[in-house]
Write a protein that binds this ligand. Structure first.
Ligand code: SF4
Ligand code: F3S
Ligand code: FES
Length: 238
């Protein structure tokens, strides 16, 4: 299969603004991933192309980008799953929206991770450690299971219109992490995980737009978790 990739390029040190450059690859299989194509382009055609990747297996969250306008992981998207690819339509690749561009497809995730830190994304325990492990029932663990699959790729948060209209919004990834620890029955300070989220620029700025769910490469129903957290905050305040 012959495919043209239309990739957004931008080097802030040299370019006045971002622009698109086309690269064509031949001999691709439908089972090749977009990340494989990016490697081919970088290693065979243009070594100046910059993008992040590490694990190449959907685990590290480093290669989030917008492919044909949809945020996803380049290492998890097979060419055969891209709509219209057989018809020869170019595949457009852009950096994740909204975040500042460092170069080409590499974005600055500082703000994203600063917001994540606000929810204290770790187990808080105040009692002395037990002689054995801290127990949790299977049902309690099951409640958290989906939220623990998050790999912090930022595909959800950067797809959210509530963030685009207000950069102070903490975003769905941080809210999901708040859920993950506030609902952990071993945690002894759920209010500390919820404090940063229970504000005008927190969970209450989510208007249930669902872009985050569409974008999540781990298929996490983020909106359901947000709704559970909202219910908990309301019931805790009564
Ligand atoms: Fe990525 Fe999904 Fe986690 Fe959002 S919730 S950061 S989209 S893995
Ligand atoms: Fe944004 Fe998702 Fe809420 S897209 S508005 S965080 S449901
Ligand atoms: Fe690690 Fe894609 S390279 S998630």
């Amino acid at each position: 299969m012959k495919v043209t990739f239309r990739i957004q390029r931008y080097n802030p040190e040299k370019d006045a603004k971002p622009y698109f450059k086309d690269y064509t690859l031949d001999g691709l299989e439908g089972t090749h991933r977009v990340l494989d194509a990016l490697h081919d382009i970088k290693w065979q055609q243009d070594g100046t192309l910059s993008f992040r990747r590490s694990c190449a297996h959907g685990m590290c969250g480093s290669d989030g980008m917008a492919i044909n306008g949809r945020n996803t992981l380049a290492c998890s998207l097979l060419l055969q799953d891209i709509k219209g690819i057989e018809s020869g339509k170019p595949v457009t690749i852009e950096p994740l929206p909204f975040l500042p561009i460092i170069k080409d497809l590499v974005v600055d995730t500082t703000d994203f991770f600063n917001k994540y830190e606000l929810v204290k994304p770790y187990l808080i325990v105040k009692t002395p450690p037990p002689t054995m492990e801290r127990y949790q029932t299977e049902a309690d663990a099951e409640l958290l299971m989906e939220s623990t699959k998050c790999i912090m790729c930022a595909c959800c948060t950067t797809s959210c219109p509530s963030l685009w209209s207000n950069e102070s919004y903490i975003g769905p990834a941080a809210i999901l992490k708040s859920f993950r620890f506030a609902f952990d029955t071993r945690d002894e300070a759920p209010e500390e995980h919820m404090a940063a989220v229970d504000s005008q620029d927190g969970i209450w700025r989510c208007h249930t737009i669902f872009n985050c769910v569409e974008a999540c490469p781990k298929e996490i129903n983020i909106t359901w978790h947000i709704s559970q957290l909202k219910k908990r905050m309301v019931s805790d305040s009564m």
